[in-house]
Design a protein around this ligand. Structure first.
Ligand code: FEO
Length: 171
């Protein structure tokens, strides 16, 4: 069954938002690498992969429904940060905005009575709960260690252990 054009447009906008998230986190990965925090840089590279996977999940969904993917332009990431906490506060803010856009997309899928769209978006709704919790946990840890060098070093090593996403675009 074809999707309503309004819903296809909204999915394409969400694909852009997910790729924009990926690009933003890649910019943060570069910033961390330049601060000699390779573990945080690695964590952000994994986040970049995660977001790319999110975008591709929506991209594949549109194609599976026989609809067209229209890729939109991305903005250059901001790379001026003052601290690791500030970076993760930005991540939190960004993820809250993504949650709001996923929720609005789900509301639209409900309104258009598109059941497959609702089901794929439920995965994203759960994912946002996990992402928000994870970011809050990291902010708390960063606040706890403060500027204590050895603790920052240990936390950086711990951040490096984040595994890469399991199975590319189809996960
Ligand atoms: Fe794809 Fe971090 O939301």
């Amino acid at each position: 069954m074809p999707m309503k054009p309004k819903l296809v447009d909204a999915f394409n906008i969400q694909i852009q938002a997910e790729f924009q998230s990926a690009y933003t986190y890649l910019g943060m990965a570069a910033w961390f690498a330049e601060q000699n925090l390779p573990g945080f840089a690695q964590w952000m590279r994994v986040q970049w992969q995660e977001e790319t996977m999110h975008a591709m999940k929506l991209y594949d969904f549109l194609h599976n429904r026989g609809e067209s993917v229209s890729l939109r332009p991305l903005a250059a990431p901001v790379k001026k940060y003052t601290s690791a906490v500030q970076v993760f506060e930005q991540v939190r803010k960004h993820e809250l905005a993504i949650t709001a856009s996923i929720n609005a997309l789900y509301e639209l899928a409900l309104k258009e009575k598109d059941l497959p769209a609702q089901i794929v978006l439920q995965w994203f709704i759960n994912e946002q709960v996990e992402e928000e919790a994870l970011v809050v946990e990291i902010i708390e840890r960063l606040k706890l260690v403060g500027s204590d060098g050895p603790s920052v070093y240990l936390l950086d090593r711990q951040m490096a252990t984040r595994p890469a996403p399991v199975s590319g675009a189809q996960a």
